[in-house]
Ligand binder design. Structure first.
Ligand SMILES: C[S@@+](CC[C@H](N)C(=O)[O-])C[C@H]1O[C@@H](n2cnc3c(N)ncnc32)[C@H](O)[C@@H]1O
Length: 408
């Protein structure tokens, strides 16, 4: 690497750090200093343009599986900053990173300092070898211990940790993560809740975990013993193109009822609930995931009617028997912005769309203007009588996830 390239990388790193501070993703001096210090471009695959390596919002792909599915990446800087801040990592702490890449572990090593400890574990030896080599090449080799193992289980000779940062999409919280966490420790995990993922920071409260913050995020899915595959129903249209419905839980018993559904007439129902342009409504998706039976995520192949209408619908839907509905918007009748509604196919499409609209209206009345929901995890054996009556409850293998919106 030439001197000019090194200078350019330093300039881009400084700019990136400034952007992350300005956007509020970095809030502490220690994390800011770490982003200024660690050369991110040394951890991305050779040939990655510096502008890509130092783009705040861009993750860099490092590995795909034989089907072309993304299984490893260096996460986007904004998300790495957010998660380190969510975990409250500080000087002298002992931190476990689940899912390796090298860069994030180097940031953590900078934050905890020489008196702290960082262990990074990945299930894929190719990833750990790469991360280890990059850490050694950049001078972090002695400050980070890289381990090849399935993090569903305790890391050999690992804990306890003051913070565990999971950098892979998890469907559940295995007992090992709680066993390795100190009593006052923070667990930060991209938790999938009926198809909707949030990076949730948890602290312990008596026998369960309670969220201290939750951020919208996207991650590659966990492999190994904790893998939880979605069920995918593929609906062909008249031209042989497809719409995929992905169910995290509650998939319909009899998917064949949907055969030919895209050839039926389409109906729509509107809610009267509007939103201004460029305002996030991510909480609506979580609300659907909690309270809309038959909820699924929708992906439309290029060439389908849905794909051609991009910008007027969102990839969230429900299935009701032989019919399916999806979230849609149209220009608001009054003022700038859009009105939420649902479009549907199938003999009972209108009822499916009406069920979705009912939840849009419930979210608008009960959740939209209030504080963020609280997410809790109740491990098997914890006292479930403490769960609030109005909480949505998602059953996992190792416990229950509950989501409750404070009364607004
Ligand atoms: C998004 S990447 C990690 C990014 C990394 N922390 C960084 O910021 O550069 C997710 C990683 O999780 C790993 N992974 C998936 N399932 C795992 C498991 N059960 N235990 C440990 N690692 C796992 C994958 O091999 C992949 O490398």
């Amino acid at each position: 690497m030439t001197e000019a390239t090194v200078d350019h990388a330093a300039e881009l790193r400084s700019r990136l750090t400034g952007e992350l501070v300005a956007a509020g993703h970095i809030t502490s001096a220690l994390v800011e200093a770490a982003f200024r210090a660690v050369p991110r471009h040394e951890f991305v695959p050779a040939g990655t343009p510096l502008e890509v390596a130092y783009n705040a919002d861009e993750s860099v792909v490092t590995k795909k599986d034989e089907h072309g599915v993304l299984i490893s990446s260096v996460s986007a800087p904004f998300l790495q900053a957010l998660m380190i801040e969510q975990a409250g990592v500080g000087r002298g702490m002992s931190v476990l990173e689940i899912g390796s890449g090298g860069y994030n572990a180097a940031l953590l090593a900078e934050v905890v300092g020489p008196e702290g400890r960082v262990v990074s574990v990945d299930i894929d030896p190719e990833v750990t070898n790469r991360a280890d080599a990059a850490l050694k090449a950049t001078g972090y080799g002695s400050r980070v211990t890289v381990v090849s193992a399935d993090a569903e289980y305790p890391v050999p000779d690992g804990g306890p940790f003051d913070a565990i940062i999971v950098t892979v999409g998890a469907w559940d919280i295995p007992p090992a993560w709680l066993e390795q966490l100190t009593p006052t420790g923070r667990l930060v995990v991209p938790l999938r809740m009926n198809g909707i993922t949030r990076s949730v920071a948890f602290r312990r409260e008596a026998d369960h975990l309670v969220s201290t913050s939750a951020e919208v995020c996207g991650f590659v899915a966990m492999q190994g013993a904790g893998e939880h595959a979605e069920r995918i129903f593929r609906l062909p249209d008249a031209h042989g193109r497809h719409i995929d419905l992905r169910f995290d839980s509650g998939a319909p018993e009899n998917a064949s009822l949907l055969d030919g559904v895209l050839a039926t007439g389409r109906t729509e129902v509107w809610s009267g609930v509007t939103i201004k342009h460029r305002v996030s409504f991510a909480d609506l998706h979580l609300w659907f995931a909690c309270f809309l039976p038959g909820f699924c995520r929708v992906a439309a192949e290029e060439g389908t009617e849905l794909a051609g209408e991009s910008g007027t619908w969102f990839p969230y839907g429900i299935v009701r028997g032989d019919s399916f509905a999806y979230l849609a918007v149209r220009p608001a009748l009054e003022g700038a912005g859009a009105e939420f509604g649902a479009r549907a196919y199938g003999a009972h499409g209108e009822a499916a769309a009406a069920a979705m609209v009912e939840q849009i209206q419930a979210w608008d009345r009960q959740a939209r203007r209030g504080p963020e929901p609280t997410i809790a995890f109740w491990p098997v054996g914890s006292d479930h009588t403490q769960i609030p009556d109005d909480a949505a409850v998602l059953t996992k293998t190792h416990g229950l996830v509950t989501i409750s919106w404070p009364a607004s």
